[in-house]
Every structure is written in C-alpha cells, then in structure tokens.
Design a protein around this ligand. Structure first.
Ligand code: KIV
Ligand code: NA
Length: 259
C-alpha cells in the first residue's frame, strides 16, 4: 500500500495481474509483480460461468488462500463477489474479514461509487485496505445492458465525483475499467491515490490484465487486451504431442522409467 502510494509520487507506473492458484502466483511474484488480484473474473476463467455474478465467497476463498501461499512479496487483493457486500457495511465487513483471516488476503476490492461509500468507510476504519473499481463494473452488467465503455459525456463527471468520494472515504487505489482515455487521465491527475487502468488508456498509474488474457488463453479477448504469449496454441501443441507419443509408444522411454 505504501509502495504503490510512493510510486505515484515518483511517477513510476506498475503492473497488476490476476492470479487464482499458487503456481501462477509464484511466477508473477518472482517476476516482481507488486500486486496480485484474485479477481471475481475467476467466475469465467476458473469456473466457466459467463459473467461474474454467480461466483460466491466460498468459491473464491480457496483460490485466495492458494495465491497467498504461492507468493511472498506481492500484495494479494481479494475481490468481494456480487452479493457479498452490497447489503450493508456490516455485511461488507464480515465478508472482508473472512478473506483476510481465513484466506490471508492483504486487501479487498469492491465495485461501485457513492453507493458503496458506507462499506468503504467501515472497512477502512476496521484497518482493511480497500481497492475501489469504477467504470465498467462487471457485477452491474445487467444495469449497463452489456460490456461497453462507461463514462462518456455527462456520466464522466459522475465517475470523477465517485472517484473523489472513494478517495475521501479512504480507498487506497481505484481500478478504472473501460473508460475513455481522456477521462482516465483527468481522474488520475485529480486523485492522490493511484488509478489502475484496464481499457482506460496509457495515463493511469498502473495497468491490470487478467493473466489468461495476457497469456493468450482467452478465446475472444476484449479490445483492450494485448496478448503477450500464445498459451492456448502452445498447450494444444504440447498435449497433442503427448497424446501422439502415448498412442505410438514413444512415451515413456527408459529415461522416464524406474529400473
Ligand atoms: O475480476 C477481475 O479480474 C477484475 C480486474 C479485471 C480488474 O476485477
Ligand atoms: Na472483478
């Protein structure tokens, strides 16, 4: 938390990546990624749902614990899933405390602006670092009527007001998802806490991607995704080669056998 605040003062940009298991968490941690997000995107990339709405606290808890076990330096942020914090500050506190005590998370993230300020305040006063999330907040997909850019025109001013209120309520960072580049830039310069962009252009203090998107595992990634690897193709090649060698008797050889 202190590190990401200091990075903003120094004008240093930093990366955040999602993680859902110990082995990938270890790779990202050892590569020096400072913040790992156990996103409720696990609903899609781990559990196979077509939105983030169905995933539960019980679904995300073991993934969070695994990421904490797999990493040693990174700050691990747990996403609070749909329905686990909206009802009241009390509900938000109970959920966040579970992620911190049972799974070992270092911070939590929740979606929304002014409507979740009481929740943010309750968590912050309990000593829980809170990451906020504005713009395309996927838990509200049924209000937006689809996954589309948010904050164009008039609603940009509302997003700016939300961001300032979240900062005043004590949030330590705010994710800006699918918002126009100029709005993300204005929010970034108006806030003293870091902004973390995803589909928000180059001006935010940090950038986040879902690891399956950046590694090329996702079938139809969004426009904002840059593929840094072709993991789906590489895995397809590897597993076909294994299958072929098993069928043809080329695997295993004495090299991979006990004598
Ligand atoms: O769930 C998630 O992966 C997220 C990031 C995309 C910010 O919320
Ligand atoms: Na999320």
């Amino acid at each position: 938390m202190r590190d990401v605040a200091a990075a903003k003062e120094r004008g240093e940009k930093w990366p955040m990546v999602t993680a859902y298991d110990a082995m990938t968490a270890r790779i990202f941690d050892e590569a020096g990624i400072p913040v790992l997000l156990v996103g409720d995107s696990a609903a899609m990339v781990v559990y196979g749902y077509d939105s983030t709405l169905p995933v539960s606290v019980d679904d995300l808890m073991p993934l969070t614990a695994a990421v904490v076990r797999g990493s040693s330096r990174a700050m691990v942020v747990a996403d609070l899933p749909f329905g686990s914090y909206q009802a009241s500050p009390q509900q938000a506190l109970e959920t966040a405390v579970r992620f911190m005590k049972e799974a070992g998370a270092h911070a939590v993230k929740l979606e929304g602006g002014r409507r979740v300020l009481p929740q943010v305040e309750a968590l912050v006063s309990a000593g829980i670092p809170v990451m906020a999330h504005l713009g395309l907040t996927p838990q509200s997909v049924n209000v937006f009527g689809g996954y589309r850019v948010q904050g164009r025109g008039q609603s940009g001013d509302e997003l700016m007001a939300d961001a300032k209120d979240l900062e005043a309520a004590g949030a330590f960072a705010v994710v800006l998802e699918c918002v126009p580049t100029d709005l993300a830039e204005r929010v970034t310069t108006s806030l003293s806490i870091p902004t973390i962009g995803i589909g928000a252009g180059p001006s935010t203090d940090a950038q986040v991607l879902v690891w399956q998107d950046l590694m090329g595992l996702t079938e139809r990634p969004a426009k904002f995704v840059k593929k840094y690897f072709n993991l789906a193709e590489e895995m397809d090649r590897a597993v076909r080669s294994f299958a072929g060698e098993v069928a043809g008797g080329a695997f295993p050889t004495p090299e991979h056998s006990y004598h």
